[in-house]
Design a protein around this ligand. Structure first.
Ligand code: F3S
Length: 282
């Protein structure tokens, strides 16, 4: 059985950087925390926990040590609290997310009302929104943007994982709402590129394995995209989740992984698929 690994499987630039920074901080020892899970991979979070890095929901009760800011970023209040408490801060916010936060801050200082295109419940969006001083609206689509009130001037940024088309639709609606609009395209194309590659691969194999946290939105979406082309698509977290029955009549299997999946997990999955194949062939 041939195993084809997607070129862009696994860590994106921002997640790779955040993970490296977290392991470096753990190596230094001392009290070390992350505000929320550093990335959406329970296995990486567990490895860090084994090295003494604790996941916190908030900074209540913490008065010393190092706090690592996750790749999605945190709210400006949380950041302020860490500064006030004189904690050592390792800011692993992805630079693309940071850019969106900075644009929101400067637009809002320049008197723009803000429209953030994204999912209001997502921590990245909550972080971005918190950097605004004045009015800020979160919209998930052009349709939602059509219900916005009239404004004098609107500044627009997007959650990094949004589609370009969605941003365009929101911009079109905002043109009807204000005399002046300023748009910053803060979309990061890592997600779109990964999905396109996975789609192409899913069409060329008889079984598709998608590796990533069950809590990772980008992995879930990756599995959905693959399933449209290859009904035998399975979303797994680790090699233990593989089932030999999936490979019964398969001669070509595709493997991809979400942006928070470490390389060692991908390697383990590939090794186990090889092992299952060897067992099948006796
Ligand atoms: Fe950053 Fe893009 Fe990854 S925003 S965390 S490089 S998906």
């Amino acid at each position: 059985m041939e195993i084809v690994l997607a070129k862009r499987a696994g860590f994106c630039f921002g997640v790779k950087r955040a993970t490296q920074m977290a392991f470096e901080a753990a190596d230094k020892g001392g009290l070390t925390y992350t505000l929320g899970p550093i990335i959406h991979s329970p296995q990486v979070v567990q490895r860090l926990e084994e090295l003494g890095v604790k996941v916190l929901k908030g900074l209540d009760g913490i008065s010393e040590g190092t706090v690592i800011i996750r790749s999605h970023g945190v709210t400006s209040d949380e950041l302020q609290e860490a500064v006030q408490k004189q904690l050592e801060i390792v800011d692993a916010t992805c630079p693309f997310v940071k850019k969106a936060q900075e644009h929101v801050k400067s637009l809002s200082l320049a008197g723009y009302d803000l429209v953030v295109v994204g999912d209001a419940d997502h921590p990245e969006v909550q972080g971005i929104v918190s950097f605004a001083n004045g009015n800020v609206f979160v919209v998930g689509s052009g349709e939602e943007a059509s219900t916005l009130p009239k404004m004098k001037k609107i500044g627009i940024v997007a959650q990094t994982t949004q589609s370009f088309e969605n941003l365009q639709n929101v911009v079109l609606e905002c043109l009807l709402k204000a005399g002046e609009i300023r748009v910053f395209n803060t979309i990061c194309d890592a997600t779109a590129v990964r999905q396109e590659e996975a789609k192409a691969l899913a069409g060329q194999v008889n079984c598709m394995i998608v590796i990533g946290g069950y809590n990772s939105a980008n992995t879930k979406r990756l599995a959905e995209v693959c399933k449209e082309l290859q009904p035998k698509t399975y979303h797994i977290e680790t090699a233990q989740d593989l089932d030999s029955a999936w490979f019964a009549d398969v001669n070509r299997v595709g493997v991809t992984a979400g942006a928070s999946t470490p390389k060692w997990l991908i390697d383990e999955v590939i090794e186990r698929i090889k092992k299952l194949d060897n067992e099948k062939n006796g």
